[in-house]
Design a protein around this ligand. Structure first.
Ligand code: OOG
Ligand code: NI
Length: 454
């Protein structure tokens, strides 16, 4: 038997396969990748300090590969199986997102690599939502949706067999890993033929567009694949120049000297032709929109204190705006509110608002260990014996995600759900606990500080 490949290897194969498939499904995606590549190259050329920083944090290579995708599943069993599939790729559930507060009947997690080494190898992540049919008041339709979902299997027999094999043996060899990726890819493929009649689709659509999207198809088609740009404002401008209809608004924090968290912009979903079978099996043409484009810029990961400040400032702007983030002066009000958020790396670090990674410089490495151990991390930095860089935010933002769902489900749709976060129910469905993102960032920061002393 040949040796097992690493989960990092399987994830890299999977990320590449997903990217190749989505490029053929949605040509706009190819344009975005090209544009973001150009913007990133220009940004690095203009900003040698940024280029050096990315290089010393093993981010230069990952940048060209870096994507996140999003899918929506219908049942706890689908989620649990996905959790097993992703675990073999070194992707684990991090963070819990309750979208009901924004009128979307789902809750979610992000499957992503956990360690710095795995993130550097390939940071591929998938935002995964689980439909909450229990929130649908129409009992008859809810029961019908449950019956439809119970009939489908979103995994191929080959994928199921290889998951069982890998779990039994403790891994997959290269040939099996390639077969596994090819089988798993089928789960996320777009199918232009629905599994329900047009009338059923329309009834589900009446409950919520998202219910129709999850229930009416054979599987959880990947609905976007997002590249990471180093300058989202430049990318946005370049898009408009090329006639790509970007959403006017960038979700998340305003532009700042020290980027924090995540800024994202998305594009109106494609209206696609779908064939709906009628009672006799004849296909009836109709339309559905699910898939869209998105780009993002990632910045400093915030501590609980930083995040609390972010959430508070953002909520203030959105409340004051009435119409939320759609009003014309939103960017100005956002920027004004965030004047209260320190925009200087040293201040952010001293106030404990963000997570940072420390690293000895050559002079620091040359100091006797006892002398180094006697100095605080800050003193080492001030003396030039260490450099300190922001730790990049690897997760998502619920308010932004809600905005992205809303805009891509076709605009102004708002529903009120009498619900609240239910992480226990999500974890019960998944069959495992969700990792706390703050703990992962704190671990990375602490490990870098410990390494200064050795
Ligand atoms: C997921 C939306 C969330 C993001 O970048 O915040 C997301 C979806 O529409 O299924 O991808
Ligand atoms: Ni996204």
């Amino acid at each position: 038997m040949t040796a097992f490949v690493t989960p990092d290897r399987i994830r890299s194969l999977f990320a590449q396969a997903m990217s190749d498939m989505y490029r053929t499904e949605v040509p706009l995606y190819g344009d975005l990748i090209e544009l973001v590549g150009e913007v990133n190259a220009a940004t690095l050329q203009k900003d040698p300090a940024l280029a050096a920083r990315l290089a010393r944090n093993a981010e230069t290579e990952r940048l060209d590969l870096e994507r996140h995708g999003a899918i929506r599943v219908g049942t706890p069993a689908e989620l649990a199986m996905l959790g097993r599939v992703f675990a073999l790729m070194g992707m684990h559930p991090v963070g819990y997102y309750d979208l009901t507060v924004a009128g979307v009947p789902v809750h979610a997690t992000a499957f992503r690599p956990l360690t710095e080494a795995a993130l550097a190898a390939n940071p591929f992540r998938i935002f995964t939502s689980l439909l909450r049919l229990e929130l649908i008041a129409d009992e008859a339709l809810r029961a019908e949706a449950e019956t439809i979902l119970a009939r489908r299997d979103i995994f191929t027999a080959g994928a199921r067999a290889l998951v069982a094999q890998a779990e039994r043996d403790g891994g997959l060899n290269e040939a099996d890993a390639q077969r596994f990726v090819a089988e798993v890819l089928e789960t996320f493929r777009w199918h232009g033929d629905a599994t329900v009649s047009l009338a059923t689709y329309e009834a589900l659509h009446g409950l919520h567009r998202l219910v129709a999207d999850v229930v009416s198809f054979r599987g959880p088609h990947i609905n976007h694949l997002t590249p990471r740009t180093l300058d989202i404002d430049a990318a946005q401008a370049a898009m408009l120049e090329r006639g790509i209809q970007a959403k006017a608004l960038i979700e998340g924090p305003p532009r700042r000297a020290v980027p924090i968290l995540l800024r994202q912009t998305s594009f109106k979903a494609l209206e696609e032709e779908v064939a709906f079978p009628d009672a006799t099996g004849t296909l009836v043409p109709g339309r559905h929109s699910a898939r869209f484009g998105e780009i993002e810029q990632r910045g400093l990961a915030l501590t609980p204190a930083g995040r609390e400040l972010y959430d508070r400032l953002l909520a203030g702007v959105r409340q004051a705006g009435g119409a939320g983030n759609t009003s014309a002066d939103y960017p100005q009000r956002l920027a004004a509110a965030f004047a209260a958020f320190p925009d200087d790396e040293i201040v952010l670090r001293q106030q404990g608002l963000g997570y940072f990674r420390y690293r000895l410089t050559e002079s620091g490495a040359g100091l006797p260990a006892t002398e180094r151990a006697a100095m605080t991390p800050d003193a080492l930095v001030e003396a030039g014996h260490a450099v300190v860089d922001p730790i990049v935010y690897e997760d998502f933002l619920p308010v932004s995600a809600a905005g992205i769902f809303q805009s891509n489900l076709g605009g102004g749709e708002q529903r009120a759900y009498d619900a609240h976060a239910n992480q226990e129910a999500f974890e019960a469905a998944l069959g495992k606990a969700i990792h706390d993102p703050f703990a992962l960032y704190a671990q990375a920061q602490d490990a870098s500080i410990a390494a200064l002393r050795t």
